[in-house]
Design a protein around this ligand. Structure first.
Ligand code: UDP
Length: 242
């Protein structure tokens, strides 16, 4: 008989596939070309978009297509142990994976020699900051009037010992019993339904991974509804294709 999972109850009492309470708002930074906030439980991400504008230095310009540049940072007091401000290996990795997750949403060929800058700040972190950042950034890009081919919605699915759960918080991420915890951030694109981000550094079977993706898809569909509602609420949305 298969061994029972040591993770039987979620730390905050949520159901296995239940997302944390979500808040989403567009246009929170009036001086920016586009901006949005996405909150999942105690994790909050703010995204601000500048551009498209001419990319400098000139030798970095690409006459074929524009560049999407992401700058992610956690604020010093976003977690209890103060974080050293400035770039780190982790933030560099997160910049890259968010760029790759969002790039298929935009037709960069429309902006030769230009850059679209996305600044993501995390004022409060309780795990899942990169996926919250993606959700905020996708809304901010649409709000900036960047023509969007599709939206991006992201969530982190977790494996606590043998139990799969949706939208892990930090307490869950730190679960150490049995096989411990693995978190699997993934991003789903709204039109093509492609996966533009999937990160995993733990042990998982092919069957479990299939289940993770299916749970992630369901959660991202819910998140997309919330992003779309927030965009509709903002009066000056120009970007999203019908
Ligand atoms: N974290 C932290 N200090 C750090 C980096 C991360 O306390 O320097 C916490 C924070 O709550 C973050 C969580 O660890 O959300 C998980 O971080 P991870 O690198 O897995 O990325 P995330 O899940 O935030 O995308």
């Amino acid at each position: 008989m298969a061994e029972k999972s040591k993770y039987t109850k979620r730390s905050d009492g949520r159901k296995i596939e239940e997302l944390r309470p979500i808040k989403a708002e567009v246009g929170i930074v009036p001086s920016a070309d586009g901006s949005a906030m996405y909150e999942s439980g105690n994790t909050r991400a703010i995204a601000v978009v500048r551009g498209p504008r001419t990319l400098h230095p000139q030798h970095m310009q690409n006459p074929q297509k524009g560049t999407l540049r992401v700058n992610y940072g956690m604020m010093s007091f976003s977690v209890w142990d103060r974080i050293k401000p400035g770039p780190s290996r982790r933030s560099q990795e997160i910049n890259k994976v968010i760029e790759w997750a969002l790039a298929p949403c935009i037709d960069l060929a429309e902006f030769p020699n230009s850059v679209v800058d996305v600044f993501i700040q995390i004022p409060q972190a309780d795990a899942g900051t990169r996926v919250a950042g993606i959700n905020a950034a996708a809304m901010a890009l649409a709000h900036a009037g960047i023509p969007m081919k599709q939206m991006a919605s992201a969530v982190a699915v977790g494996k606590m010992d043998k139990t799969l759960v949706v939208d892990v918080d930090k307490e869950e991420e730190d679960f150490e019993e049995g096989e411990g915890a693995t978190d699997i951030p993934l991003c789903i694109l709204s039109r093509t339904q492609e996966i533009s981000l999937l990160q995993l550094d733990g042990k998982i079977s092919p069957e479990e991974l299939k289940e993770v993706i299916s749970m992630g898809r369901k959660a991202c569909a819910e998140i997309l509804k919330i992003q779309t509602a927030a965009l509709k609420k903002a009066k000056d949305v120009r970007g999203i294709e019908k």
